[in-house]
Design a protein around this ligand. Structure first.
Ligand code: FE2
Length: 490
C-alpha cells in the first residue's frame, strides 16, 4: 500500500515535466471518448477536441466565496461579476487549475467488432461543434448483439489532409433476449473533482471497477456538482469547465473510454441542489442546464429513459428524475410527480411485459429509503408520498424487481419486512464525499448500512437450471463490504 504515495510523487514529476515541455497545440482528445445508451444494435459515441492533451495540472485555484457573496452573485445573474469574483485579475479560465479548453478541428470515427478488423466502418471527417463545447456525437446502428466493439477516433486541423492524433475506446452491445450467460455490472453515484480521492488520478472507484471487468456500468447522476466551490458554476462557461476537468482525470478517462456506459443525471449536474423546472442558478436556467447535460456533455437520447434487455436473465430500466417533474414545493397530491405520467405508465407496462428473470430498476434517487426527514426531493420523502405510495404498491405486486438508487451519500440495502421491495443504495463515489446519515441509525428495514463511499457490483451467475443475481457493495478500492444473493430456478 505504500506504493501509492511513491507513485503519486512520480506522476507529479512526470506531469510537471510534461507541462514544461510545451505540447504542440491540438486538436487532442484530452477528454477521451464516452459511449451511452447501448442496446443490442445501437450505441451513441461522444468525444471532444481539446487544445492540450491533458488538463492544466499546474493551474491557479479559484478564489473561494463566502455564503453572502454566493447569494449575491447568484441573484445578480451577471456573468462578469460571477467570473471576476472567482478568477484572479489578469487570468483567464485556461489559467485555472484543471482547465482543459476545447479546440476546433475535424474528427472521424472507425469501429469494428473485436478481432474482425476487416469489417471496419469509417465515417467521413466532421467538424466538432464550437457551440457545443467542441463536442461531437455519432449514433451507430446496425450493430451485432452481445459483441465487443473497438473504436478509433482520429483528429486533424480543419483543412489538413493528414491525421494529427487519435484515441481509442471499446464498448459492448447488449445480449439478445434469448442469450444465456454470466454477466456483471457496476453502479455508482455522486462524485466531483474536488472530492476525488487520488489527487492526480481521479476517483479510486474507477480502477477498482475496471479490475472487475464489468459488461456495463451505470452512473446514477451527480457526476459533477455545479453548486460547489472551485468554482461555483453559475455560468455556462464554468459548468463546461467542470466537465472538461472531470473528464480529463486519468482514471475517469480510461474507464469511460473502455466501458459500456449509461449516464443518468440528478440535481447537481442538472443545475443545483434539489432543482426542478423553472429554477435558475446564476445566469443558467433549469432548461438550459438540462440541455447542456442531455444534448452536449453526454451521449444523447431523445427520451431520457430506456429499458435494455441484457440476455434472458436480466433487463434493466434507466429512469429520468429531473426532466419530467413538477415543482418540489407543490403540496403533495395526485398532480405532483417526479417521473411524469408518460414515464411512469411506460415503466409499469414494460415491467409487466418483461419475462426477464431479474429486473433491476435504476433510479437517480431513492424510492424506498429511509431518507432524512428534512429532504423533499424523492419518493421516500413525505413531499412525494402520493406518487411514492402508488409506485411502491405497484412494485410490491412484482417478483424479482430490484431498485438501485444513487443520490444518497451512504450505502444501504433496504427491505421493509413483509414486502417484495428491495432497494440498494450505491453510496458516494469517495469516502470524503460520504455522509448525511448516522452509522448508529440502523432502522428495521436496513439489512445493511455503511456511511462510506464505494460502488455496487451486480453479478448474474447461471448454473444448470438455476440463475443467481448477487449484489455486492464494495468500498472505494473494491473490497467487499456486503453481499445479498437471490436465486431462481428456470
Ligand atoms: Fe449527491
Amino acid at each position: 500500500m505504500k506504493l501509492r504515495p511513491i507513485l503519486s510523487l512520480l506522476l507529479i514529476v512526470i506531469f510537471m515535466g510534461s507541462c514544461q515541455q510545451e505540447e504542440p497545440v491540438g486538436p487532442w482528445f484530452g477528454n477521451g471518448v464516452h459511449n451511452g445508451w447501448a442496446d443490442q444494435s445501437s450505441v451513441v459515441i461522444w468525444t471532444r477536441l481539446t487544445k492540450n492533451p491533458d488538463m492544466n495540472y499546474g493551474g491557479t485555484p479559484f478564489v473561494p466565496l463566502n455564503v453572502e457573496q454566493r447569494k449575491n452573485l447568484n441573484k445578480s445573474r451577471n456573468r462578469d461579476s460571477i467570473h471576476s469574483a472567482q478568477i484572479p485579475e489578469g487570468l483567464i479560465l485556461e489559467d485555472m487549475e484543471g482547465a482543459c479548453p476545447g479546440m476546433e478541428g475535424e474528427v472521424r470515427l472507425s469501429y469494428h467488432p473485436e478481432g474482425l478488423s476487416a469489417n471496419i466502418v469509417t465515417t467521413g471527417w466532421m467538424s466538432v461543434d464550437p457551440d457545443k463545447n467542441f463536442t461531437i456525437q455519432w449514433e451507430l446502428e446496425g450493430l451485432l448483439p452481445g459483441t465487443q466493439y473497438k473504436i478509433l477516433i482520429e483528429s486533424r486541423n480543419i483543412g489538413d489532409s493528414g491525421v494529427f492524433t487519435s484515441t481509442e475506446g471499446a464498448f459492448k452491445t447488449a445480449l439478445e433476449k434469448e442469450s444465456i450467460g454470466d454477466l456483471n455490472f457496476c453502479v455508482v453515484t455522486c462524485h466531483d473533482y474536488d472530492r476525488r480521492d487520488d489527487s492526480l488520478g481521479g476517483h479510486r472507484i474507477y480502477p477498482a471497477m475496471a479490475s472487475r471487468e464489468p459488461d456495463f456500468f451505470v452512473h446514477t447522476g451527480d457526476i459533477e456538482y455545479y453548486d460547489k466551490k472551485n468554482p461555483w458554476a453559475m455560468t455556462e462557461e464554468l459548468m463546461r469547465f467542470k466537465w472538461d476537468r472531470l473528464f480529463a482525470l486519468p482514471f475517469q478517462r480510461e474507464f469511460y473510454a473502455n466501458t459500456t456506459s449509461y449516464f443518468m443525471k440528478d440535481d447537481h449536474d442538472a443545475l443545483r441542489d434539489d432543482t426542478y423546472p423553472g429554477d435558475w442558478y446564476g445566469t443558467v436556467s433549469f432548461e438550459r442546464g438540462i440541455e447542456i447535460f442531455d444534448r452536449e456533455q453526454f451521449p444523447s437520447h431523445d427520451k431520457r429513459y430506456k429499458t435494455i434487455r441484457w440476455g434472458k436473465d436480466l433487463q434493466i430500466w434507466i429512469m429520468e428524475g429531473r426532466n419530467y417533474r413538477t415543482r418540489n414545493r407543490m403540496p403533495d397530491g395526485p398532480e405532483k410527480t417526479i417521473w411524469g405520467t408518460e414515464q411512469k405508465e411506460w415503466l409499469f407496462k414494460t415491467l409487466r411485459e418483461s419475462n426477464a428473470t431479474f429486473r433491476p430498476v435504476i433510479s437517480p434517487t431513492p424510492i424506498v429509503g429511509p431518507d432524512r426527514v428534512n429532504k423533499n426531493d424523492n419518493y421516500s420523502n413525505s413531499g412525494y408520498q402520493t406518487e411514492g405510495n402508488e409506485i411502491r404498491a405497484f412494485l410490491n405486486t412484482l417478483e424479482n424487481v430490484f431498485l438501485i438508487n444513487g443520490d444518497r451519500h451512504w450505502q444501504y440495502v433496504s427491505h421493509p419486512e413483509g414486502t417484495n421491495l428491495w432497494e440498494f443504495s450505491t453510496g458516494a463515489g469517495s469516502d470524503i464525499h460520504a455522509g448525511g446519515w448516522s452509522q448508529e441509525d440502523k432502522r428495521p428495514e436496513h439489512r445493511f448500512l455503511r456511511v462510506k463511499g464505494g460502488f455496487l457490483f451486480g453479478e448474474l451467475i447461471r448454473k444448470d437450471d438455476t440463475v443467481m443475481l448477487r449484489f455486492t457493495h464494495c468500498d472505494v478500492d473494491g473490497a467487499i463490504v456486503h453481499v445479498e444473493e437471490f436465486e431462481m430456478g428456470t
